[in-house]
Design a protein around this ligand. Structure first.
Ligand code: NAD
Ligand code: 2HG
Length: 525
């Protein structure tokens, strides 16, 4: 029998279903540390967790481990890359607790608007504070939802009865799809400027960490409310602190860097705090537990699952080419504007990579969309593209061009006033290194996508490189490497500089303004 370890408070339905199937020996213990349990049960085959941290040490302590099931949505607590290295599949149960979170968001908004917590305390104290506890109504307000996935969409539906004006921002959402939910798709700054309530429903990852910064918080309306029932890391706490008092912002919070008792660093700026209770309803706990058990049994029956979030590259493909596709798409996404709505992806895959051209959409989509992970499947990627209204074309290629094993990725995204911004980037692997060989008309670049870099495309004239160098130096940024090719017409130049540290897009945009460069990107590979 396969041993399943459930080291967390999870509805007993998971344990019962697995036991009843006759194929599993289940250890369900929510009072012992995971580290200790791992030492006691080294023969564990499957681990079912909630927000428990699954580190390389835990994975190493379980040599028989084949699968980890996250009974929930966010899997930022699991080292999925290390799990892959160890041949361990990781699954989540997306959507199983979405309604619980959506209801928590509405609860927090209403509780704060009507001072429920203070009113209870003061009335119990014998006070009668009708004047100071004057509330506000949610009805008719403008609400912005950042991240229009399972939870974001449910928040929209649950709030519909309040006749709100709904705005949303999600880089992979089409206008039509947003409209189906009665939402207007806007860019992030607009959402922050126009909304009375803003609710965050995005995953925490390398791209979203610290995303809610001083610039965005500073755009909020006087007295507006920010709700975070997603992950703590997506808000730059100090930036929010800096603008909160000045703008009289309300901040309602469910999530923290660590899921544990003790002082909370946000306590001084949060107006309402919950101990990560978003998914903590009887119903959600049941749904997530049942889904975890069902998915595990289905995985064992079929030997695979569409819920795996850390799938590997296909057999026969050198993983470096998957990394190449990812890096090319990552740069292309910044080039067309990371926040602009993506409309089209086209690829040309040459040489021995051709058999994998279909699959390449996986790392490409992972690079351009936060919602997609490199471990997901190509079929899911195509489904996703359809859902998001993104055209995808894997072009016929002609090997007489002698491009060797190269990949070209073209992206197009909507910019302001409905026009499209396009870019075409080609790359290869040479001498065991990733190489970007072409960006639009700038050929033979042989630039290694590694570390931090800035790109400026401008009309060629003397002195521009110096200007960029001085501007970067003003911010304490050193230049490690410079390329400065001309395009085919000789009219435009591309300044590519590797830098000693990351360069904020804000600084890049400022320099771009100074040197009149319409295309300017700061990137970390
Ligand atoms: N408080 C809780 O208890 C609780 C419970 C469940 C989930 N969560 C958190 O909420 C997150 C969202 O959950 P979900 O089930 O809706 O996930 P989901 O994958 O269905 O939706 C996430 C959405 O965010 C969008 N997105 C990604 N990056 C973005 C960005 N930079 N800007 C705007 N949108 C972006 C994606 O395109 C996607 O549509 C989870 O990742 C998890 O961290 C918290
Ligand atoms: O399991 C929990 O209680 C929290 C889960 C939630 O944050 C999730 O990402 O699904």
């Amino acid at each position: 029998m396969k041993k399943v370890l459930i080291p967390t408070k999870l509805n007993a339905v998971a344990r019962e279903l697995l036991k009843d199937s006759g194929g599993y020996n289940v250890v369900h213990d929510d009072s012992t540390e995971l580290k200790e349990l791992a030492a006691q049960h080294p023969d564990t085959y499957a681990l079912i967790v909630r927000s428990d941290k699954v580190t390389p040490e835990i994975i190493d302590a379980l040599p028989e481990l084949k699968v980890i099931v996250r009974a929930g949505a966010g899997y930022n607590t699991i080292d999925i890359r290390y799990a892959r290295q160890r041949g361990v599949d990781v699954m989540n149960t997306p959507g199983a607790n979405a309604n619980a979170v959506a209801e928590e968001v509405v609860t927090l908004m209403l509780a704060d608007a009507r001072h429920v917590v203070q009113a209870d305390v003061s009335t119990r104290e014998g006070k009668w504070e009708k004047k100071t506890l004057m509330g506000r109504e949610l009805t008719g307000k403008t609400v912005g939802i950042v991240g229009f996935g399972a939870i974001g969409r449910l928040v929209a539906r649950r709030l519909a009865g309040f006749d709100i004006k709904l705005l949303t921002y999600d880089p992979v959402l089409s206008e039509d799809r947003a409209e189906e939910f009665g939402a207007e798709l806007v860019d992030l700054p607009t959402l922050f400027e126009r909304c009375d309530y803003i609710s965050l429903h995005i995953p925490e990852n390398d791209d979203t960490r610290g995303m809610i910064n001083k610039d965005l918080a500073g755009r909020m309306k006087e007295g507006a409310t920010l709700v975070n029932c997603a992950r703590a890391g997506i808000i730059n706490e100090d930036d929010l602190r800096a603008v909160k008092a000045e703008k009289n912002i309300r901040f309602l919070n469910d999530v923290y860097p660590k899921d544990a008792a003790g002082e909370k660093s946000v306590a001084d700026i949060a107006d309402l705090m919950m101990p990560h209770l978003g998914a903590s309803t009887v119903e959600a706990n049941y749904n997530a537990a049942k889904r975890a058990a069902d998915q595990l049994m289905e995985y064992d029956e079929k030997g695979m699952s569409t819920y795996i979030v850390n799938r590997d590259v296909p057999e026969g493909l050198d993983e470096m080419y998957a990394d190449l596709a990812y890096d090319l798409a990552h740069l292309a996404r910044q080039w067309v504007g990371a926040r602009n709505k993506l409309k089209m992806i086209e690829t040309s895959v040459y040489g021995s990579l051709k058999p994998f051209s279909d699959w390449m959409i996986v790392p490409i989509l992972a690079a351009v969309s936060e919602e997609f992970d490199r471990s997901m499947e190509a079929a899911a990627a195509r489904e996703y593209l359809k859902d998001m209204g993104i055209d995808y074309n894997d072009r016929e290629t002609d090997d007489t061009k002698n491009y060797g094993n190269t990949i070209t990725i073209d992206l197009a995204a909507n910019v302001d006033h409905g026009s499209l911004r396009r870019v075409s980037i080609r790359g290869t692997v040479a001498e065991g290194r990733l190489m970007i060989s072409r960006i639009d008309d700038f050929d033979k670049l042989y630039f290694e996508p590694e570390g931090h870099a800035v790109f400026f495309r401008y009309e060629d004239r003397p002195g521009v490189l110096g200007q960029i160098g001085v501007a970067l130096a003003d911010h304490g940024i050193n230049i490690d490497d410079v390329r400065n090719p001309h395009d085919e017409s000789g009219k435009y130049s591309l300044a590519i500089m590797k830098t000693s540290s990351p360069v904020d897009q804000e600084i890049v945009d400022r320099i771009a303004g100074e040197i009149d460069a319409p295309y300017a990107v700061g990137i970390t590979f």
